[in-house]
Design a protein around this ligand. Structure first.
Ligand SMILES: [Cu+2]
Length: 852
């Protein structure tokens, strides 16, 4: 049959037996002619098109009409353990109902609607509304017996900026139960924090007008002539401004002030890489912008206390100037536009793509955001602070992880200028979830990936992103296990399929309609790709990859040692990234212990050693110990990775009598933060000092950070070290706080954007005597070969009935990138005009649109 592969059988050979009667001669001639022709044509068409002189694509020539259409690329429906997701985000309707409930006079909150353009710092308004996750014991009871009666009460966490208070303050409230009704109450949420109140100076960035007064404070219009001369640009608060400001954090040490270094860059695409080397230290404490002031100006290592002082030195000719900027005009190198060079060989062809010809093998329940694949099952959660989280992760029906969620991402910089040497970002502040963006089908995830939406809420309204999460099965193109042997049962392979769950946050984006940027993101990698990769053997890889723009510095010789020149006057600055994950493992039950395994060299003497080799031998030996106290559970991977850490249930053993456990394996780039003791990161990210830490799980310690930790290094709302207070961690419900990260020594190839292949870090959670043997052997996408019985014969094989499917895949839809669904505070779809403002609000820090 045309187009179908058919092995040559013994019978076929017999047909060509010359001893057959002559009547077959004609058939033989015709057959040979046919074979030769077919072979010739096949060989011809097997040639690449460029060798045939046929312009690509030539798909029509290869098309086989006998092939059927492949199975649908829609996923089958999953069966979650419970019909409701206890960790689901609030719906737009719920948020609207809560907003209305908060606004009634009895609440006495004196709230100003957040979407009102005139919102002032001295107003009270709702900064954020999000779901507050229920207590674990309540959820477990529900999952055990999922009835409407056992469903845990639903609560919201509501953050209010009390700008109108005599002593302005930020407060977190717990509002519930939901839906809003007679029983609904609110109380201050304090038990998850280590301080009673959130200092107003540590608050999140809110309305885009909030920082506008800084333009006046720093006197850029008075400096216009000078900035034009020195930097070739001005910032007058106009749409066509050629300089744009950014600011760095932390803004405070303990909430007693709110100050930042403003730095100026050219307002061009890739502005992060166009700093001009001009810095201003500004005080913006309190709620009255008229009290804000410029404290310092720094230019080329010269410090000035005011605009007047700077102007005086400029005009008297004693200002020491920075080197000239030959790249002052060119900005093509900081865009993603393809360079004007010929394509690489065959690059005009689309590359291979992943297609599940026989249909998707994972299941999705869109209503609950539950996914299952090859024995795995999990619910998704999503929040403003850190985005995607995984809940109740089970494998082969047994709960393995209650919660797997990113907690915080720090980036701490070094440099010989006021911007880089004072920067220590904590990205939760900006909202990794609020800044999730729709992914690009075919680029960020395979075409056949299933996308799931996420909705986040800000003081301006709600945004639903339809492609916030993607799920796809992926052929790793390498066997998970394999062996070649000659005995029966030795030779075979298991295919290495994985399920990938992905979400990408981009903190900061471009908008060329606006002219002034204060608080534009200045971090290195705008785009953080969160991957959860599930394997057939029970392993999970948690991987973070980064891309986007560097937080570029101004390159001049005194920056040597703090980075690398990546253009004439642009440098990439040295910095560390560390990202923390909460992993609430329940290994064979929730009672777990922390096992430390190490290996070390020993010299032993044995009676059986041979005389010719001497009577001692040097080898290595395993030591296994249980770490029994939280205080001893802030950990670094052992030198040379000789050993590691695992959570095990000492009471639950596999068939070999070994406690069932899950090991925490270092993956790619298992780093911790280099710098310890910097005042700008003193106590607000202490988890970053370690590779991992293990603490007893508590409802009062739901997360290792808070959005306000960014601006409270001296008095963090969540102080990680306080989780470790001497408690015993033997056979308790434990949480592993695990880090990934990168020591980022920037290089020329970071321009225009950092590459995800090396800017990546991961850890593995992998079974450690959890099973009795490798359970990936269950896979039927495997092959077992048997040796030939007679020399020269082919090997026999067993493929478990799973055959290659030949069919025509469905048509890949045309690329499109629709906008987000934006809702106002009233829950109604926002008109296009106000949608722009809601998008900006959701970004929490951004360029500020001037309306002067
Ligand atoms: Cu970096």
């Amino acid at each position: 049959m045309a187009g179908e592969y058919r092995p040559l059988k013994t019978d076929d050979v017999a047909e060509f037996d010359q001893t057959r009667p002559a009547k077959n001669s004609r058939t033989l001639v015709l057959s040979i002619f046919f074979l030769v022709t077919t072979a010739g044509l096949s060989a011809f068409y097997a040639l690449p098109p460029y060798l045939r002189g046929v312009p690509a694509p030539i798909l029509a020539d290869d098309y086989n009409e006998s092939l059927k259409q492949c199975a649908s690329s829609l996923p089958s429906l999953a069966s979650p353990p419970a019909p409701l997701n206890p960790w689901a985000s609030l719906t737009v309707a719920e948020t609207v109902a809560i907003t209305e409930w908060l606004n009634v006079p009895e609440r006495a909150l004196n709230l100003t609607p957040g979407d009102r353009g005139s919102l002032a710092l001295s107003d009270n308004f709702v900064f954020h509304i999000g779901a507050f996750r229920p207590a674990k014991k309540d959820v477990l009871a529900y999952l055990e017996d999922p009835t409407p009666q056992s469903l845990p009460e639903r609560h919201a966490r509501v953050t209010v900026h009390h700008g109108a208070a005599a002593e302005p303050v930020v407060r977190d409230y717990l509002v519930g139960p939901l839906p809003v009704g007679e029983e609904t109450k609110m109380r201050e949420l304090t038990e998850i924090y280590h301080h009673d109140h959130i200092p107003f100076n540590a608050r999140g960035i809110t309305s885009w007008g909030e920082l506008l007064p800084i333009l006046d404070v720093v006197g850029m219009s008075d400096l216009a002539e000078v900035t034009q001369d020195l930097f070739g640009g001005v910032a007058l608060g106009l749409q066509n401004d050629t300089l744009v400001a950014g600011a760095v954090g932390p803004l405070s040490f303990d909430g007693s002030f709110r100050r930042t270094w403003i730095n100026w860059r050219r307002n061009v695409p890739g502005m992060y890489l166009h700093p001009v080397g001009f810095f201003m230290y500004v005080d913006m404490s309190g709620t009255d912008p008229s009290q804000w002031k410029l404290l310092k100006i720094v230019y080329n290592h010269q410090v000035f206390s005011s605009v007047d002082e700077f102007l005086a030195v400029y005009h008297n000719g004693t200002l020491r100037r920075l080197p000239a900027r030959p790249d002052n005009i060119d900005y093509g190198w900081t865009t993603r536009t393809r360079p004007d060079v010929p394509p690489r060989d065959l690059d005009y062809l689309p590359g291979p793509r992943s297609v599940s010809f026989a249909g998707l093998r994972f299941r999705v329940d869109f209503k609950t955001q539950y996914v299952s694949w090859m024995g795995w099952g999990m619910y998704f959660g999503f929040d403003r602070d850190m985005g995607l989280s995984l809940w109740d992760v089970r494998f082969r029906g047994e709960r393995l992880i209650y919660e797997l969620a990113p907690q915080e991402a720090i980036a701490q910089y070094a440099g010989n200028d006021p911007m880089q040497s004072t920067t220590a970002w904590l990205d939760r502040y900006f909202g990794m979830g609020g800044n999730v963006r729709d992914m690009l089908p075919g680029y960020d995830c395979p075409h056949e990936a299933v996308f799931l939406p996420a909705t986040t809420h800000s003081f301006l309204g709600s945004i639903t992103r339809q492609r916030a999460i993607c799920v796809f099965e992926h052929d790793t193109a390498r066997p998970l296990t394999r062996h070649m042997g000659f005995q029966h049962g030795e030779f075979g392979a298991v295919k290495g399929y994985v399920l990938v769950v992905r979400s990408i946050s981009t903190v900061g984006n471009y908008d060329y309609l606006v002219s002034v940027s204060l608080f534009k993101s200045q971090w290195i990698a705008d785009d953080q790709q969160f991957d959860y990769i599930f394997h057939l053997d029970g392993t999970i890889e948690v991987r973070l990859s980064a891309s986007g723009y560097l937080q570029g510095g101004f390159w001049e010789p005194s920056q040597e040692g703090y980075g690398t020149a990546i253009h004439d006057t642009t440098m990439g600055s040295l910095h560390d990234h560390v990202i923390n994950y909460k992993v609430d493992l329940d290994v064979a039950g929730s009672a777990n212990s922390l096992l430390f395994t190490s290996t070390a060299q020993e010299e032993v003497e044995q009676p059986w050693f041979e005389d010719d080799w001497g009577n001692t031998a040097i080898q290595q030996k395993i030591t296994r110990t249980y770490i029994e106290n939280e205080d001893d559970a802030m950990l670094r991977f052992p030198t040379n990775f000789q050993g590691g850490y695992a959570l095990v249930n000492r009471e639950e053993k596999n068939i070999w009598g070994v406690p069932r456990g899950y090991a925490i394996h270092a993956g790619y780039s298992p780093v911790h933060n280099t710098v310890v003791g910097s005042k700008r990161l003193l106590n607000n990210a202490n988890w970053a000092r370690y590779n991992l830490a293990v603490s007893k799980r508590k409802e009062t310690e739901p997360t290792s950070s808070s959005m306000w930790n960014q601006n409270l290094p001296g008095a963090p709302m969540v102080d990680f070290h306080k989780f470790f207070d001497g408690e015993n961690i033997t056979q308790e419900d434990l949480v592993a706080w695990i880090n990934v990260g990168t020591h980022h020594l920037p290089q020329a190839e970071d321009a225009p954007n950092t590459r995800t292949n090396t800017a990546a870090s991961s850890f593995f959670l992998t079974p450690l005597n959890y099973f009795d043997s490798d359970i990936a052997m269950e896979s039927t996408n495997a092959i077992l070969l048997s040796p030939p019985t007679r020399p020269g014969e082919a090997w026999g094989f067993e493929d478990y009935g799973v055959k290659v499917v030949n069919c025509v895949p469905g048509v890949v839809p045309e690329f499109e990138y629709p906008g987000e669904r934006v809702y106002g505070l009233d829950g109604k779809p926002a008109p296009p005009g106000s949608a722009e403002e809601v998008w900006k609000g959701a970004e929490m820090f951004h360029r500020i649109k001037t309306e002067l």
